[in-house]
Write a protein that binds this ligand. Structure first.
Ligand code: GRA
Ligand code: FAD
Length: 615
């Protein structure tokens, strides 16, 4: 087949009104950063053994895992070898995050992902200096592979309800880890089943029969040579899922499993040899790993959304269907304004999430630097904002990725389009690292508090200050950016105030504050989203919106080209740069194992006797 680029895509690229490379540079953080990223991609993607012979989707559950481990090892080594010693760690991390290189290797996700995403951050955030030195030396070289084991069969959201116990035995200076019930089994941690040999376990600490809260412990659960589970350890894999099937999520139970005292991560709280417990300056510091991951997720969503809209926009420029005007031929489906409406929001949201992620990362860095100096003042605000942005970006990304998928019609349903797998990845993020409704209610809790403070005349932090602005109830709509922001503030204020009024009404009618909170929680969740404005205002905005869609239309392909994803990273029959959609669909269809023989054995075994009445 010829490598010619599809004519419609060529025309689109000619029509583009802006410099695509400039936007790419902007997204990377400068022209040099773009070069660094491309150099990294060239090196890594030319590694032998990194890709599948048979498309992943045709493998069995077990083969998928084994193949993913094989690739994870090759990929890890390739990334190490591609490291440029002249670059800072931050520059390297930027190039890796932006390129989504791992997506070229795993259509699903890596069985090592939890080691990098949570095990190492948990050590960095929860270990004291001595522990950090010891464990990071081993973990950073992957001499040991770890995961983060918090969720249990019975409890994910309610961390204080975790049942795994760690009981200190001062005689032997050991903790005894135990799962007293079936529901106490750790359930979900990625890499846990057959990949990792260590994990950070969140367990309920008891000293002399007294509860000392949930604490982190580093636990070896497999032998380093034989990989056999250690005595007192019961573990396995939790089974097939909507996505994440190569992540190796597992279960883990303890039967009076003993670990030395220095295996409790003691940056915040400490247990001394004689069993003296030294409290953390703030019990929520134990939840720090989750705050970090929530911050990271926002950027991850921006990238996955960019990937999905790149596929859908390129496909929509190539695909022609129906008629707009009689006898004018079939238009590109991208010419339908409804299609533009489905997809351009995805492009815009990806940019918005990228900028938001940068802002949130800066806030995270500032607050963690303050924490190191013992200043905890801004921790509650960071928590509230990270919860809100994790929840909003994952919810929106799931909706917009699914919309990108359905906007490709039947072909979007094919696994070879990669859109179903991207959806599987992003919808998981609505649940992991804090279920979204629960996280929004955390934000709502701090909004309600802030409004109460505003109403009693206290000054609020800049992110909440709109709650103390004097706003007239009839806002005159104004379509400027400033006007739109004011409009959102007005609506957000109105929602928080109305949710609070409703809570007060329930309290006056005799409900306790917790029940009043529960009764008002639908409104409270809405208050934490900031998402909608009134119907009348929307009507005023509609004209401007349709006008903007028309302005974006000639630049749509340029805008997604600027994300600069290689074909291997898109991993899709519908999204490749050259737009050879139909050729690729056929090439991939022919890889189906069912096409290896003209007649399948089931014909002779079942169909023929059935059709001939002999079965
Ligand atoms: C829902 C909450 C936040 C509730 O916690 P709680 O102890 O019941 O607290 P509460 O009584 O509601 O509130 C007490 C107070 O603590 C605050 N707080 C709660 N969390 C934090 C924090 N991280 N930083 C700073 N402050 C925090 C709350 O806002 C409350 O503050 P307030 O009393 O209002 O001043 C918490 O339990 C939680 O975070 N649950 C979600 C569980 C979760 O995220 N699990 C993640 C498991 S790992 C994973 O999923 C990895 C996947 C990765 C992958 O596969 O890639
Ligand atoms: C793909 C994937 C990977 C994961 N990886 C890991 C991992 O590596 N390590 C790990 O420890 N865990 C992991 N998890 C577990 C994950 O963190 C939990 O599933 C998550 O925190 C949600 O908890 P839950 O499953 O108990 O849901 P539940 O809390 O039982 O939620 C069920 C419903 O109850 C509602 N609900 C619960 N509490 C409240 C409340 N207070 N107010 C209002 N509504 C409420 C929720 O909104 C939801 O609708 C993973 C999960 C997934 C899906």
């Amino acid at each position: 087949m010829s490598a010619k680029v599809n004519d419609d895509l060529l025309t689109e690229r000619r029509k583009c009104e802006f410099n695509v490379e400039e936007l790419t540079n902007y997204l990377d953080g400068g022209a040099q950063a773009t070069q660094n990223r491309r150099k990294l991609e060239d090196k890594v993607l030319s590694t032998k053994g990194l890709f599948d012979e048979v498309p992943e989707e045709y493998l069995s559950h077990k083969e998928k895992y084994e193949n993913a481990v094989r690739k994870a090892v090759v990929y890890y080594k390739a990334m190490k070898e591609a490291e440029d010693p002249n670059q800072t760690e931050q520059e390297r991390a930027n190039a890796t995050y932006r390129s989504l290189l791992h997506a070229a290797v795993f259509k699903d996700n890596s069985p090592f992902s939890l080691h990098l995403a949570m095990f190492i951050p948990a050590i960095l955030g929860q270990a004291d200096e001595e522990q950090k030195k010891y464990w990071m030396k081993r973990a950073s070289k992957m001499e040991i592979i770890g995961t983060y084991a918090q969720t249990e069969l019975g409890h994910g959201t309610f961390i204080r309800g975790l049942e795994t116990t760690a009981t200190y035995d001062p005689k032997t200076e050991e903790f005894v880890l135990h799962s007293p019930t079936l529901t106490a089994y750790k359930w979900w941690p990625g890499s846990l089943a057959h990949t990792a040999n260590y994990c950070v376990v969140m367990a309920h600490l008891y000293i002399n029969g007294k509860s000392c809260g949930i604490q982190p412990f580093i636990v070896q659960f497999r032998d380093e040579e034989t990989h056999q589970p250690l005595p007192g350890i019961k573990l396995g894999e939790i089974g097939a899922k909507l996505g994440f099937n190569t992540v190796n999520n597992g279960f883990l139970g303890f039967d009076q499993h003993r670990i030395p005292r220095n295996r409790m991560l003691m940056k915040n709280a400490q247990v001394l040899k004689d069993g003296t417990f030294k409290r953390s300056p703030n019990s929520k510091l134990t939840y720090g790993t989750m705050v970090y991951v929530r911050v990271v997720i926002v950027n991850g969503m921006a990238n996955q959304l960019a990937r999905a809209v790149t596929i859908a926009v390129r496909y929509s420029a190539v695909r022609r269907q129906s008629e707009l005007k009689p006898d004018a031929g079939e238009p590109q489906i991208l010419d339908y304004v409804t299609q533009q409406h489905k997809l351009f929001i995805g492009i815009a949201s990806s940019h918005a999430f990228t900028l938001t992620a940068k802002w949130l990362t800066r806030m995270y860095q500032k607050v963690t630097a303050d924490l190191e100096k013992g200043n905890l003042d801004e921790l509650p605000e960071l928590h509230a904002i990270a919860c809100c942005l994790k929840a909003v970006t994952t919810t929106d990304t799931s909706v917009l990725v699914e919309r990108s998928r359905t906007s490709c019609g039947g072909h979007g349903y094919m696994l070879s389009s990669n859109l179903p797998q991207i959806y599987g990845l992003v919808t998981a993020a609505c649940t992991y690292e804090g279920e979204n409704t629960v996280l929004m209610l955390q934000t709502a809790r701090s909004l309600v508090k802030a409004l109460e403070q505003a109403q009693s005349g206290k000054r609020l932090s800049p992110t909440m200050s709109y709650l103390s602005e004097k706003v007239s109830s009839r806002l005159k709509w104004d379509n400027s950016i400033d006007g739109i922001v004011k409009g959102f503030r007005r609506v957000a204020y109105g929602k928080v105030e109305s949710a609070m009024r409703s809570m007060r009404k329930y309290v006056r009618s005799g409900l306790g504050p917790e029940d009043a909170w529960n009764m008002s929680s639908v409104q409270l969740v809405a208050a934490s989203e900031y998402t909608s404005i009134s119907e009348a205002d929307i009507r005023q905005l509609q004209d401007t919106y349709e006008d903007l869609l028309g302005k974006i239309r000639p630049n749509a392909v340029g805008l997604v080209d600027a994300f600069d994803f290689r074909d291997q990273i898109l991993n899709s029959t519908l999204g490749a740069y050259d737009g050879r959609v139909y050729e690729r669909l056929m090439e991939e269809a022919l890889k189906s194992p069912l096409n290896a023989e003209p007649v399948n054995q089931s014909f002779h075994k079942y169909l023929k006797p059935f059709m001939q009445g002999k079965l």
